[in-house]
Structures are given as structure tokens and as C-alpha cells.
Design a protein around this ligand. Sequence first.
Ligand code: SF4
Length: 244
Amino acid sequence: MQILKGDLSNIKGIPPSGLCVGVHRAGAVHQKMVAKYGDHLAVWSLRPDLDFIAFKKEGLGEQGIRSTNDMESINASDERLIYGVRGAPPEVREKARQKGLTLLADATCPFVTQQEEAELSLLEAGCHLVVLSSRTHHGIPRLQGIARDKGKEVFIVEREEDVDTIRLTRFEPIGVIVQTTFWMETYKKIIARILERFANVQIRNTACIDSLQRLPEVEKLARRDLHCWRMRLVLLSRSRKRRN
Ligand code: SF4
């Protein structure tokens, strides 16, 4: 995988459409819940949602809705629960049930739900699960939790060479899913390697269409920014040479 490092901090939203559909939808769910139930609302999130438009731009943070990744901190007698856009692992959902929390809404992105459904169907078909993803992606604990519930391990594959480290034999059944925002060019190369090594493979392309559409835009922006920085460095070094 080629890593392009550009500074996109001055870019307001990624063209063509700014925030993704899952985040927009979650923001709408949060706003609706605030309008309907007032305050004392807690959003449980794999990464607390404070950066989201609904919290920042609409000022919901000051209107009695807060975001946390600590289920223990949510008080059943005082607060009601909403799940954030990135979903929640089964053990978190179970803890919420045990605490007797009232679940008002689940704002999990439909693409994330679709990914969980694909994982479950592969596990139920008896497959070992392979997830194409960065190891540090926040969605990994959720996918691992689902597999653990079914008594299965998750093999995470980030690069082509990781395929060789999967501790399974050629004819054991494997089911492959992909992190929703994974880079599609890397995905294709890894799938080719998996098909070379394994004979019994089921693949579900669980990449989200929204991120597929915007990744080329991100690449263009990163390249453009990289080009600007190179030009600045060239100009800086020329002006230094002139001064010396
Ligand atoms: S899966 Fe796609 S649409 Fe859903 S939150 Fe992630 S990037 Fe957004």
C-alpha cells in the first residue's frame, strides 16, 4: 500500500459531498432524540461522537446529550441510551441490558450493520473469519466480539504478506469481509493472494459505497497538498541558496 501524507487540515469537507451518509444520518437521529426527549441522553460510541456535526455545529453538546465510550458511566436512573454511528460490540450491548438502560435509538450506520450481518452469515456457515482492515481500526473490537460470541477467531489482514500468517490449511473454509473504509486497490491485491492460498473462500464486499466514492477524492487532495509542500520546500531551499 502506498501511503500519501498530505495536510488536509485546511480542507472543509471532502468533495463531492462533505460528511458521509452514515454520519449525517446519525446526526439526524441525535437531533430527533433531543427534540423528542429533551436532555439526559447518552450516546455510547466506539469513538465518542463529539466531533460530529450534530454535536458541534448544532450545539447539541449544550443541550443535554453527551457522548461516551464508558458504559459504566451511564446511569440507568438518570440517563437514556443511544448507540453511535460506529455501532457497539455484543458485550457492550449486553452490559447495557444488564444495567437496565433504556435504549432510545440505535444510530449505527446501515453499512456497519450490513457488515455485521455478512460476518454473522459467514460464521454461521462455518467459515473462519478474515477481515481486511487496519489493525488499529476502531471497528475491530466490534467484529472480534461478534466472532467471539460464535466461538471463532478473527484473522486481520492489513497487507498482502499478512495472508501468509493465517494459521489455516488450504481446504478449511474462510469467509472474507472488508472494513467499510478500506482502500479498494489494496483489497483487490489481498483478495488475489487469498485466492491463491485458499481453496474454500467466500467473499462479501462490505466496503461502504460512500467511502468508495470519496477515497479517490482524498487521494487527489493528498497528492495536491503533497505537491504544494514540495513546491514550498523547493522555493525555500532556493531562497536560502540565494541568501548564502
Ligand atoms: S460506513 Fe461509510 S457511511 Fe457509514 S459511517 Fe463509515 S464512512 Fe460513513
